[in-house]
Design a protein around this ligand. Structure first.
Ligand code: HEC
Ligand code: HEC
Ligand code: HEC
Ligand code: HEC
Length: 186
């Protein structure tokens, strides 16, 4: 188990809230296919551990409890597992040409190379990693309401509906439109 020397209080708080939702693999998406043998990973879990095809995977933690780095993989199907005290998540992905039908092409977002995590994230004064915005540096604020029914001030938690790290689906939606409205209008 990996101990954070710089953020002991934060790590402790995270441990107290450890549950099945505490760990997330933001990238790659489950059942995604990747042309390249270099696959980008973004994940988080309190005192998390990663395994690629059953072997421990050591990756940098640019923020407390947040993993980010590139995996070098051979052509074929792979299993990525994230484990922590409260649970376990797994995604399966494919690398190389001729992906089997169950895998869908992964569209990374933003599709521009080398966009920093801090474009959209910051650490709070207490060291908590959080979303801060920054979407409208690239997207037109004026056209937002046409697509969204509500102004962006009301839908500021973009992550409620979009996976901003990429996905295999149109508009990187986490929920289909019908369900997205019901998050607030049950
Ligand atoms: C284009 C904007 C954008 C970029 C760039 C981005 N993220 Fe995110 N990220 C988001 C959004 C939006 C969420 C959802 C926030 C929420 O629901 O609170 C999120 C959530 C996360 C989460 C989950 C946080 C939690 O506890 O639920 C992690 C971890 C994360 N991002 C890591 C990263 C890392 C590491 C990078 C850099 C490789 C990165 N992100 C780049 C927009 C972005
Ligand atoms: C660094 C620039 C950049 C930032 C920041 C950025 N995007 Fe994007 N995004 C793009 C580009 C480029 C595209 C692909 C071209 C397009 O469809 O506009 C894209 C595409 C998308 C799409 C897919 C559009 C489609 O029709 O499939 C969604 C949804 C999206 N972005 C949401 C977000 C959200 C939400 C945030 C903030 C959390 C964000 N973007 C931040 C550059 C960015
Ligand atoms: C309640 C759910 C929800 C939230 C919250 C949300 N979106 Fe969306 N967004 C959608 C849906 C649904 C679509 C697809 C609309 C369609 O295809 O008709 C979409 C589409 C988009 C697109 C593609 C639009 C295009 O012109 O093709 C972008 C960019 C985008 N959203 C950005 C954002 C940003 C930035 C935020 C946060 C400020 C955000 N969204 C918050 C549901 C949401
Ligand atoms: C983040 C929460 C949230 C989401 C997601 C959301 N809404 Fe709303 N919606 C609101 C709030 C809050 C109001 C009241 C706003 C006001 O009075 O200005 C509202 C008002 C409305 C109204 C005006 C009628 C009324 O009941 O006052 C309509 C229509 C509506 N929403 C449709 C939608 C649709 C369609 C979607 C999905 C595309 C959606 N909303 C998603 C929060 C949300």
């Amino acid at each position: 188990m990996r101990i954070h020397r710089t953020f002991p209080l934060l790590a402790f708080a995270a441990l107290l809230s450890a549950d099945d939702e505490a760990g997330k693999i933001m990238r790659p998406a489950d059942k995604s296919s990747h042309k390249s043998g270099t696959v980008s990973l973004v994940a988080t879990a309190p005192f998390g551990r990663l395994e690629l095809d059953g072997e421990p995977l050591e990756l940098a933690q640019p923020f407390p409890n947040v993993f980010h780095g590139e995996m070098k993989v051979s052509p074929g199907t792979h299993s990525l597992v994230l484990k922590w005290a409260g649970g376990r998540k797994e995604v399966r992905f494919f690398s190389g040409p001729n992906a089997p039908a169950e895998f869908t092409s992964f569209q990374q977002h933003p599709p521009i190379a080398d966009v920093a995590c801090t474009q959209c994230h910051e650490l709070t004064a207490r060291g908590r990693f959080r979303f801060k915005g920054g979407c409208f540096d690239c997207h037109k604020a004026e056209s937002f309401q046409k697509v969204h029914t509500h102004p962006s001030s009301l839908l500021e938690e973009c992550g409620m509906c979009h996976n901003a790290h990429g996905s295999t689906v149109k508009a990187h939606l986490i929920h289909p439109k019908e369900i997205a409205c019901k998050l607030c209008h049950p």
